[in-house]
Design a binder for this molecule. Structure first.
Ligand SMILES: [Mn+2]
Length: 454
């Protein structure tokens, strides 16, 4: 991958000063001149958001309407959180996935109302009135004005205080139930809908099933998140040294994500060496990495509301021992077997069964008294999208446009040895495409990055 590089000289000299104290502990931080996640902000959108793909979101609303045939759908945006009360560590706003899916707007406290009758859907976007005093503190917001109609592609934009009247009006005219994302709905939001006097149903499972197949705009976002993530893993392989702390390696990964334009991490980064590598969701990342250990990094960048989920395992010293390589190669071959079986119509359950059977058949004495598949106490993979474990029924046959992870692993706590390899894979018309294989996966390719001379 080719991209412009620019080393911050001030930082580099500061790092040289540290190197005399702790050789190999820190690598110079590189700031890319052209981050993979670069985009042109729309200054009028909250947080200077990305432009809305108005055609894509309209198509998603139509797809939902076709599933419902007739009824009313009401979806609230996320609310601002309180730094003091909610003890949040990040103060950036993250939109509700469902609201984002149908609008791509990062506006707080908004609603979208869809009135669905066969062959037609009417959408109204409700936005809070702008508060210029508040905007001095938290930045520009999108208000109920013609600009919002233009940027969102939704012609009807109204102030949020007209929602109750419009909902009552829709309830009079449109037959069918009222759909709301119940998992995300607060009591207040649910009460407002129930005031319309109609049966309330959860729109969540319907939206999950739509979100399973990614459209072109979603795939662009996912690919960007994944490409950024790949660079983070490569940077970690280049930086690893015996004596580093896990959090230092985490800093390399997450620093690269952010420097490449990631919005945030998709989930807490897992950096675990030795025994920690056998703890499946280890994310405290506090221990010192020792010579001879393998380190597992499970980390994914989020970009444009979509997240990657990639895991790599590599030797702290730079080279795999023969034993580590044997374990690693079995995990890698297992992943390949699952990938090769991917095609439209296949099911995740079948891939999982196939992968375990392969691992069992090829374990030999590698995992001692048991076959290695017994140590893989998690599933082979999961749907990926706006959530790292995206919603959706795992009985659904694979179809082109679906994205899932393949992440076999072998974990031997008694030996302080864990290996997991996780890639993000797109189902295509004829099979599947690796999305994250820019991050080296074979022991040879990994050692080209980790092993620094004889
Ligand atoms: Mn995963």
């Amino acid at each position: 991958m080719r991209y412009g590089r620019l080393v911050l000289l001030g930082c580099a000299s500061a790092l040289r000063a540290q190197v005399s104290v702790a050789p190999h502990a820190v690598t110079p931080f590189v700031v890319p001149a052209a981050p993979l996640g670069r985009w042109t902000p729309v200054p009028q959108l909250p947080g200077m958001g990305r432009p809305v793909d108005t055609a894509a979101v309209a198509a998603r609303r139509r797809a939902l309407a076709r599933r419902i045939a007739h009824g009313i759908v009401l979806i609230p945006a996320a609310h601002e959180r309180s730094l003091e009360r909610d003890h949040i560590q990040d103060n950036d706003f993250r939109q509700s996935n469902t609201f984002f899916y149908f609008t791509e707007l990062e506006t707080k406290g908004a609603w979208i109302l869809l009135s669905v009758v066969p062959e037609s859907t009417h959408a109204i976007l409700f936005l809070p009135a702008r508060d210029t005093a508040e905007e001095r503190w938290t930045g520009v917001e999108l208000g109920p004005e013609p600009l919002a109609a233009r940027l969102s592609g939704i012609p009807d934009v109204l102030p949020v205080d007209s929602l109750a009247a419009r909902l009552a009006d829709a309830a009079r005219r449109v037959p069918g139930d009222v759909y709301l994302p119940l998992a995300a709905a607060t009591a207040d939001e649910r009460r407002r809908v129930e005031e319309a006097g109609r049966a309330v149903r959860d729109v969540g499972p319907l939206v999950d099933s739509l979100r399973l197949v990614k459209d072109a705009d979603e795939l662009r976002r996912l690919r960007t998140a994944i490409d950024i993530t790949v660079l983070g893993h490569i940077a970690a392989m280049q930086a690893v040294r015996p004596g580093m702390w896990e959090y230092q390696l985490e800093a390399v990964v997450e620093g690269t994500f952010r420097a490449q334009g990631a919005d945030r991490v998709g989930y807490p980064s897992f950096v675990g060496g030795g025994t920690d590598a056998t703890t499946l969701h280890y994310d405290v990342d506090r221990r010192q990495l020792r010579d001879g250990e393998l380190v597992v990094i499970d980390a994914g960048a989020e970009w444009g509301q979509y997240t990657a989920d990639v895991t790599r395992t590599f030797p702290v010293s730079g080279r795999f021992t023969p034993r580590q390589k044997a374990i690693y190669d079995l995990v890698l071959a297992t992943q390949q077997v699952a990938f090769d079986a991917m095609r439209p119509g296949a099911r995740v359950r079948d891939l999982d069964r196939l992968a375990r059977a392969y691992m069992r058949a090829h374990s030999g004495t590698l995992c001692g008294a048991v076959t290695c598949d017994v140590t893989m106490i998690h599933g082979l993979g999961h749907w990926l999208g706006m959530d790292v474990h995206d919603g959706g029924d795992y009985r659904t046959p694979l179809a082109p446009g679906m994205v899932l992870t393949l992440e076999p692993g072998i974990y031997l706590p008694a030996e302080s040895l864990g290996v997991r390899i996780e890639d993000d894979v797109l189902v295509t018309a004829t099979g599947a495409e690796w999305l994250s294989d820019g991050a080296p996966r074979t022991t040879e390719a990994i050692e080209r990055l980790t092993a620094r001379g004889p």
